[in-house]
Design a binder for this molecule. Structure first.
Ligand SMILES: *[C@@H]1O[C@H](CO)[C@@H](O)[C@H](O)[C@H]1NC(C)=O
Ligand SMILES: *[C@@H]1O[C@H](CO)[C@@H](O)[C@H](O)[C@H]1NC(C)=O
Length: 276
């Protein structure tokens, strides 16, 4: 069977022939207050919860990271932090995702700003951040899990992995490689994933995840072919082949690639993929 990468390559050069075995990931959390279980019932393969957007070093007196799931959470924050715990649309029916075999991922990053500041200034901070996320959102471990934002009583919510959507070009990206390595250490060879969502621009100043993609092996990469007319799916600059060439020289030469498109018809660079 051809690899997913080959299928998508073929699709890219053959007018998007629907590939039966192609997989679908959707980002979830920033629009509306839709129910996670319902999203997992739509036939998708992955749902990526977005976003953990504040690193612990910017997270206030608690030392916790912060997150933002728009209307999926109410204003319940752990003291001294912007870490949410009251998120019924996420926590009510998440078990449906497990029953259907849909992998849940937790995305770190998103739009970078003073209120969504995920700088990592050292390897030690990167390790602490990775450990916090693992024990808070990974499989329940009574020895370490002091904070479990999405647990309801004995119902221990857990993700199947983590995603990096870094949208700021940090001068030193080394701590992010340390972050990924620490998550892998925590996975201990178990069935968990680390994915990446680079934006499509391929110029130095806008290619934010350069050293992260060159320094860490990811299990899946979904390139954002939107929001950037220079390289999006509809304005003539679609640069998928450039990505293949680039990744061939990195630890991600064999990583399956997904074509990231916006699901909203009004987003910049969106493509109307509806069947006639
Ligand atoms: C993010 O936080 C760091 C300190 O941790 C600060 O130096 C930087 O200016 C902040 N960035 C933004 C965009 O606020
Ligand atoms: C898209 O934009 C049009 C024109 O502004 C608006 O009428 C429509 O409701 C928007 N659709 C969505 C899904 O946001």
């Amino acid at each position: 069977m051809p690899s997913l990468r080959n299928i998508l390559l073929a699709a890219a050069s053959a007018a998007l022939v629907a590939a039966k075995s192609a997989q679908v990931n959707v980002y979830y959390g920033q629009r509306g207050n839709d129910d996670l279980g319902a999203v997992c019932s739509t036939g998708v393969d992955y749902v990526t919860l977005a976003f953990v957007d504040v690193s612990p070093e910017n997270g206030g007196s608690s030392g916790y990271p912060g997150d933002n799931f728009a209307d999926h959470c109410y204003a319940g924050y752990y003291p001294g932090s912007s870490l949410l715990y009251d998120c019924p649309p996420i926590t009510n029916n998440w078990q449906v995702c497990k029953e259907k075999g849909v992998k849940l991922l937790l995305s770190v990053g998103g739009v970078f700003s003073s209120g969504s500041n995920y700088t990592l200034s050292s390897d030690a901070n990167a390790i602490d951040f990775a450990n916090f996320l693992w024990y808070a959102f990974g499989p329940y471990d009574p020895a370490h899990s002091e904070v479990r934002p999405f647990d309801i009583g004995d119902s221990h919510f857990f993700v199947d992995g983590f995603d990096l959507d870094i949208e700021e070009k940090f001068a030193n990206q080394g701590p992010w490689n340390t972050f990924v390595a620490q998550l892998r250490t925590n996975f201990a060879g178990g069935d968990f994933l680390i994915t990446a969502a680079p934006q499509c621009p391929y110029s130095d100043s806008s290619f934010e995840m350069t050293d992260i993609l060159a320094g860490s092996k990811f299990d899946l990469i979904w390139i954002q072919f939107y929001n950037n007319p220079v390289c999006d799916g509809i304005n003539g600059g679609f640069n998928f082949d450039r990505w293949i060439t680039y990744l061939d020289g990195t630890p991600n030469s064999k990583t399956p690639l997904f074509i990231g498109l916006p699901a909203s018809v009004n987003a910049s660079g969106s493509a109307d993929c509806r069947q006639p």
